[in-house]
Write a protein that binds this ligand. Structure first.
Ligand code: GLA
Length: 397
């Protein structure tokens, strides 16, 4: 049975055959790492790896959940103050419900069965996809008119306040707003965005998974955020109008170098350079100069490794191998860091040899296997057709 049939069948078995089916994609980020929470620019895109959720409201005051991938269920009474589940995955859903309550949008109880093919903890935002999918489904069933951008803000807050990761808005934004064949240039301050065409038969987006997992909540992410805020507070003493690193030029930062701990200076330097890189890289795309774009991906990786210090040995190995492979346009670590995937732009004719070389060399250098995914850019979170009822009713017997 395929995954979607399995989800529908599980829902039917547990809660009846009335439900909607939602597809919520994971995301890649072409360039612009750790810039979102500094009010800067990012360039993400939704991908053809997703979480599918079967969902319906129930007449009981209970939330009943089942994760097909974990083969685990979770059930809770909807009360005014929700607490963490102690299990991990239900918190992304409870966090959304908690935020809805805080926004005065009370939902009745609901049932949800979900599963997906976004590798967990691989930097492809499976958690944002889950939050986005559940929120989208609840809005749909409750008849709430919430814009996709508002949904992204609510889902981000769910993660900030309930899960406890101080993430920016990029992942939830991309999962909800994605547009096939386009990357999204988002201004994380104004939340204005532009869809930039990014489909070219000449190259492919290839992801290489280190296999290394480290949760963002492992505190390093929050520490980076604090270091950026520290830099801003020092600059504010002489430039009170500065609110975030977005407002700081390289010159102003350098003028304050002596007042900062070196580590704070390096963090700020990376963010300001990376933010400038996003803008320049978008111009490269406009000029159809994909090689210049790729160069900036390598520079982004160098900064993440040396100045922001969120890379790890395995990510560096993957990027270093990629650098020397014919047909690789650009390569860098992606997402929060410390594990997960690299994103690579590879000329179409070289994808197969790239796969082969990277798998062999990575194994030789680290003893680990790398999973390689050639991805396509997809639309954002949406309702999808259920498979024909017969296809899962039969299997239910
Ligand atoms: C994680 C966060 C995002 C963003 C990236 C780094 O994916 O969820 O908000 O900060 O890290 O660019």
């Amino acid at each position: 049975m395929n995954l979607i049939d399995n989800i529908c069948s599980e829902f039917t078995k547990r809660f009846g055959n009335q439900f909607i089916l939602i597809e919520a994609p994971g995301r890649v980020n072409l360039i612009g790492e750790h810039t979102d929470y500094n009010d800067g620019f990012v360039l993400p895109a939704a991908i053809d790896k997703a979480i599918w959720l079967a969902l319906n409201l129930n007449n009981e005051n209970r939330v009943r959940l089942f994760s097909v991938d974990m083969n685990e269920e979770y059930e809770i009474e909807l009360s005014t103050s929700l607490n963490k589940s102690g299990k991990g995955w239900p918190d992304y859903i409870l966090g959304v419900v908690d935020q809805l309550q805080k926004h005065g949008m009370e939902t009745t109880g609901f049932d949800c069965v979900f599963g997906g093919n976004v590798p967990i903890g691989a930097g492809l935002s499976s958690s944002a996809a889950l939050e986005s999918g559940v929120l989208y489904g609840l809005a749909e069933r409750n008849g709430w008119e919430i814009s996709l951008m508002k949904m992204a803000q609510i889902a981000q807050k769910a993660e900030n306040e309930f899960v406890g990761v101080q993430c920016g808005i990029m992942d939830q934004f991309a999962s909800l707003n994605g547009k096939a064949a386009h990357a999204l240039k988002l201004d994380c301050r104004t939340l204005d965005y532009e869809a930039v065409p990014l489909q070219d038969p000449d190259f492919k987006i290839v992801l290489c998974d280190t296999g290394v997992r480290r949760e963002l909540a492992g505190s390093e992410y929050n520490i980076r955020r604090q270091q950026c805020e520290k830099g801003v507070s020092i600059i504010q003493e002489t430039h009170p109008k500065v609110k975030k690193l977005r407002d700081v030029t390289l010159k102003v930062l350098k003028d304050h170098k002596d007042k900062m701990e070196p580590v704070v200076f390096d963090r700020c330097l990376f963010v300001i350079e990376e933010n400038n890189r996003v803008l320049d890289a978008c111009e490269d795309l406009e000029q159809n100069d994909i090689d210049a774009f790729g160069e900036k991906m390598f520079l982004s990786h160098d900064g993440l490794k040396n100045k922001y210090e969120v890379s790890c040995k395995e990510l560096d190995v993957l990027v270093d191998i990629a650098r020397d492979v014919d047909g690789v346009i650009g390569s860098r670590m992606m997402g929060g860091g410390f594990g997960g995937c690299t994103i690579n732009l590879v000329r179409t004719g070289s994808v197969e040899s790239f796969k082969d070389i990277i798998q062999k060399s990575y194994k030789a250098e680290t003893g680990l296997d790398t999973e390689v995914y050639v991805t396509a850019i997809s639309d954002g979170t949406r309702l999808v057709d259920k498979p024909k009822e017969e296809s899962f009713k039969v299997l239910e017997i």
